[in-house]
Design a protein around this ligand. Structure first.
Ligand code: FAD
Length: 403
């Protein structure tokens, strides 16, 4: 199976291109060029989502009945490619790619009605409260507790690494509702409709790149309604795992990887080599970039097979394979970027990175983002489940299937 973008898709590509050429505002475009993480600058990412939503294009992969586009796999891929070509900011993923698809599959009709429209419009931004100081890879050991009290739960405990919690107005989280028995069997999945409940304290953590992207969240007798529970009490583990499949396997990543290869190639052509000519004439550089590009093209083939409905998509190992490959390719891309940017990567230019900043960067936008992107990308093999744990899952799934 292969995805061919034949002439029948040309008019679709032109329609998308015409919109993407005119709809984004200058600061949305600037945010795209200054994105150093899977999370684009928050305000511009939300502004861009609102524009796409008005066009009906905020959630290409959602079913049409819930506000998706009804596009084919090929159309979705073309859309992702055209967005990347123009360096537009990626939309914030937690609502559109995680909690939204999970609710479509597992939410009650009331939960879908309440939440899906606000996820689509960008009004609601969801942060993910899974990890705790002593529950990361071993997530089922989580201790943040919810005690039943009439129509509410009362939550006590803490979460950590909660990405963009300081900007979010919704949170989905896992809580312990039973301490007896097997640890997976005492977990409940909750949707919190606010992040400013009395007793909730959100404290940003400054990352390696100097940017506060993750947070700690503390709960001191926080009362939340039980209507936010997804699935039955103590059955949250299956909901959590369902959502993780969307987190690890949910989107087309190869257009962004390939776009970065094109950026690296252009920057290398403009960078003098100490051995004469430009960096792109250097045979060692050519070999390394060629190897990386070949690996990305092979990943693109894997990704296209999967999103075009290959049976592999239903394989339990698929989300882990996708997550592992994608995250390691991003890390290799980031290393290559710092190699091209060279000495220009050294200053961390936080002021110049702000959208709308009047501080001119040293070097160009490529140099500006190379180091923060490299530093941020160290975490791709940690979040959404570490790659060591994903490899273990792949081995167990594949070996069990072939036994
Ligand atoms: C940038 C970033 C963003 C994040 N965003 C979120 C978020 O929004 N919401 C959220 O809930 N969490 C988030 N996380 C948390 C993330 O999911 C955890 O960091 C991750 O699951 C690993 O857990 P840990 O940090 O406790 O490391 P540990 O689980 O303590 O692991 C430490 C090391 O031991 C290895 N290891 C552990 N167990 C095994 C095993 N069984 N076999 C082999 N090796 C093993 C790991 O691979 C790792 O190298 C984020 C983390 C980062 C870094």
């Amino acid at each position: 199976m292969n995805i061919e973008f034949g002439p029948e898709f040309e008019s679709f590509r032109q329609e998308v291109a015409a919109f993407l050429d005119t709809a984004p505002t200058p600061d949305i475009r600037e945010a795209g060029r200054k994105t150093t993480s899977v999370f684009a600058p928050f305000d511009q990412a939300v502004a861009w989502q609102k524009i796409l939503h008005a066009r009906g294009w905020a959630a290409p992969a959602w079913p049409k009945q819930y506000g998706g586009t009804g596009w084919s796999v090929e159309q979705r891929y073309i859309f992702a490619e055209e967005c990347r070509k123009r360096e537009l900011p990626p939309l914030l993923p937690n609502g559109l790619q995680m909690v939204g698809p999970m609710l479509i599959d597992l939410g009650t009709e009331d939960q879908k009605r309440r939440h899906l429209p606000q996820i689509l419009s960008g009004e609601a931004y969801w942060t993910q409260g899974y990890s705790e100081p002593n529950a990361g890879s071993d997530l089922a050991s989580l201790q943040c507790a919810a005690v039943s009290d009439g129509d509410d739960y009362i939550i006590n405990g803490s979460k950590i690494w909660t990405t963009l919690a300081h900007r979010a107005n919704r949170m989905f989280m896992l809580v312990r509702t039973d301490k007896t028995g097997k640890k997976q069997e005492g977990i409940t999945f909750l949707l919190l409709e606010r992040t400013d409940y009395p007793g909730m304290d959100i404290r940003p953590i400054i990352g390696l790149d100097g940017i506060p992207e993750q947070c700690e969240v503390f709960f001191d007798n926080v009362r939340v309604p039980k209507s936010g529970r997804v699935g039955a009490e103590n059955d949250g583990w299956s909901v959590a795992k369902h959502l993780l499949k969307h987190e690890r396997g949910g989107s087309a990543a190869s257009p962004a990887l390939l776009h970065n290869i094109a950026r690296i190639r252009a920057a290398a052509a403009a960078t003098p080599s100490p051995f004469g000519g430009s960096l792109s004439d250097d045979p060692v550089f050519q070999r390394d970039l060629g190897e990386l590009e070949a690996d990305i093209l092979s990943y693109r083939h894997f990704e296209q097979l999967a999103i075009s409905g290959h049976p592999m998509l239903r394989d339990a190992a698929y989300p882990s394979m996708n997550k592992t490959m994608n995250s390691e390719l991003s890390q290799r891309v980031s290393i290559m970027m710092t190699r091209v940017s060279g000495i220009e990567t050294v200053p961390l230019q936080l002021e110049a990175l702000n959208v709308g900043s009047n501080v001119a960067p040293l070097g160009d936008d490529f140099d500006l983002i190379a180091m923060p992107y490299y530093l941020n990308t160290r975490a791709t093999s940690i979040y959404a489940g570490t790659n060591e744990v994903q490899r273990d899952l792949i081995a167990r799934t594949v070996l069990a299937a072939n036994r």
